[in-house]
Design a protein around this ligand. Structure first.
Ligand SMILES: [Zn+2]
Length: 199
C-alpha cells in the first residue's frame, strides 16, 4: 500500500489450527539459548517455525491490506498498520487486532525506532477509541505472535462480567473456527461507530 513503510492479515489468527505445536516430537542434538548450548533436548515447536518467522507462507502478508479479512472489519488504516474489529465472539466485546503492514516483520524489535513508535501510537489511537465506545473495566493489550509470526497486537477490552476474572481472556485462546460470529446488527453498528471515532 502506498505510503506505508512497514510491514504486511485478525481478525486474529487466520489459520489458528495446530500451528505452533509439533505434531511429532524429535530429539534435537543441541540448541542455542543465549550464550549457552543446551545438549540433547526435545524440540517442541514446529520444524518450520524459523521459516515462518522469516515470512514463508505468512497469511498476514499474503492477504494484502483488505477492508475485510476473515469476516473482520477494518476500522482504521494507519501509516504502518490496519486495525480490524474481530467478528468471532470471544466474550469480550470490542476485541480488535492491529496488524503491522508494509512487509513481513515478526517482532516489534525488528522495527526502526521511528516505525515502532508509529505502530505503538496507532495501537494507542485504536485502544482509546475502543475504551470510549465500550467502556470496559480494563483494556488489555496483548502482543503475542507465536501462532502467526507476523507483527500484530490484540487490544482486548475486559469486563467485570466476563468469564476469565483474574486471568487472560479464555476466549482469545479459542481458535477462530470455534468462535460464533457476533450478531450482524451489533457488529455493523459497532464498526460504523468506531470508523467515525477513528477518522
Ligand atoms: Zn508477514
Amino acid at each position: 500500500m502506498a505510503g506505508r513503510s512497514l510491514i504486511c492479515r485478525t481478525g486474529e489468527e487466520p489459520a489458528a489450527q495446530a500451528v505452533g505445536r509439533c505434531t511429532e516430537r524429535r530429539r534435537t542434538p543441541s540448541v542455542r539459548r543465549g550464550d549457552a548450548t543446551v545438549a540433547d533436548v526435545t524440540r517442541t515447536w514446529d520444524a518450520d517455525w524459523e521459516q515462518r518467522k522469516a515470512g514463508k507462507g505468512c497469511p498476514m502478508c499474503s492477504e494484502g491490506s483488505p477492508d475485510d479479512t476473515y469476516g473482520n472489519a477494518r476500522i482504521d488504516a494507519g501509516r504502518v498498520s490496519d486495525a480490524y474489529l474481530v467478528r468471532g465472539d470471544i466474550g469480550q466485546p470490542g476485541y480488535t487486532i492491529v496488524i503491522g503492514r508494509g512487509g513481513h516483520i515478526a517482532d516489534l524489535t525488528e522495527l526502526s525506532d521511528a516505525d515502532a513508535t508509529t505502530y505503538l501510537r496507532e495501537i494507542l489511537k485504536v485502544a482509546r477509541a475502543l475504551e470510549a465506545h465500550y467502556r470496559p473495566a480494563k483494556l488489555n493489550l496483548e502482543m503475542l505472535g507465536h501462532v502467526v509470526a507476523h507483527l500484530h497486537a490484540h487490544p482486548v477490552p475486559r469486563y467485570v462480567t466476563d468469564d476469565s476474572p483474574g486471568e487472560s481472556s479464555k476466549g482469545l485462546m479459542q481458535p477462530d473456527p470455534r468462535r460464533k460470529p457476533i450478531a450482524d446488527d451489533v457488529f455493523h453498528r459497532d464498526v460504523a461507530a468506531l470508523r467515525v471515532a477513528l477518522k
